[in-house]
Design a protein around this ligand. Structure first.
Ligand code: SF4
Ligand code: SF4
Ligand code: SF4
Length: 264
């Protein structure tokens, strides 16, 4: 059974892709995405949007499997895969994804709402060369606090991209602390635009009663207690409680949970 993703960023052929089980990240870039655009080299791949994570060239031969990719914070999340080339500054990329939390997350809990806002502000300062070691340390510590205290997988994953980027691409972060980033100064490029461009309130996570086997796995995993049902009968999601963290969608072994988007 294949799963659909939106492939974005610096590939030759961005767009909707169907990914079969076992497909490697390299195959996604080189075959489904038509390779890197403009002959540039691969730098990193962000998987799952604002609550997802980041992999580098060292992980390209791993499959797109979220148990395998969990150490890099990757999850299905919003179903968007963003490929980044060698000329992308990872402070700029991190800032784009932290800013996306402000539009993509529900804002119900204080830790995530205020924490992601402050992380985005601190990263914006770093991007503009207005930050020092202490500010950057605070940004990373805040990410740990939000990870530990946020209610759902969206908040818990909000710092994953930043954490991996700050370690794997420490030079980019140091350049912004030193006040001079050759990548940001090299050429004017449009910043990476995370997400699928669909507003949060137009998205709904729903269960297809024809596919649901009533196993209850989704209900047991939902922190928002939004899923209910009777064993061996179709379960359903209370839209007033769902925070659209996509955890249930990642767990259902029968592909019964999907995202639907309201017409504009
Ligand atoms: S419920 Fe989830 S997305 Fe909403 S504010 Fe809390 S952690 Fe963030
Ligand atoms: S995990 Fe899938 S099959 Fe099981 S109850 Fe939930 S939707 Fe139905
Ligand atoms: S129903 Fe699914 S998407 Fe909604 S809050 Fe629960 S686990 Fe997350």
């Amino acid at each position: 059974m294949s799963q659909t993703y939106l492939l974005k960023g610096d590939v030759a052929r961005p767009g909707r892709i169907a990914v079969e089980k076992g497909t490697t990240l390299r195959q996604i870039v080189e075959e489904l995405g038509g390779g890197m655009a403009n002959g540039k080299a691969f730098k990193a791949m962000q998987i799952g949007g604002a609550s997802g994570g980041l992999v580098t060239a060292d992980q390209l031969d791993l499959p797109l499997d979220f148990k395998t990719l969990a150490p890099w914070g990757c999850r299905r999340g919003d179903g968007v895969i963003t490929v980044l080339d060698e000329d992308r500054c990872m402070v700029d990329v991190t800032y784009s994804f932290l800013r996306a939390t402000q539009a993509d997350f529900c804002g119900k809990c204080v830790s995530c709402r205020e924490g992601t806002k402050r992380m985005a502000e601190l990263c914006g300062d770093l991007l503009e060369y207005r930050s020092n070691d202490a500010d950057t340390g605070m940004m990373l510590e805040l990410g740990e606090v939000v990870h530990m205290t946020a209610f759902c997988a969206l908040g818990k994953g909000s710092a994953s991209t930043m954490n991996i980027a700050s370690i794997a691409f420490a030079d980019d972060f140091q350049n912004h602390l030193d006040g001079h980033c050759p990548l940001c100064e090299k050429e004017k490029r449009l910043p990476i635009a995370p997400g699928d461009g669909v507003a949060y309130d137009r998205k709904h996570v729903v269960i297809d009663p024809n596919k649901c086997k009533g196993c209850s796995r989704c209900a047991r995993s939902c922190h928002a207690e939004a899923i209910s049902g009777v064993l061996k009968s179709p379960f359903s999601i209370d839209q007033s409680k769902c925070v659209k963290c996509y955890t249930c969608m990642e767990l259902c072994a029968f592909g019964a949970i999907e995202e639907v988007v309201d017409d504009e």
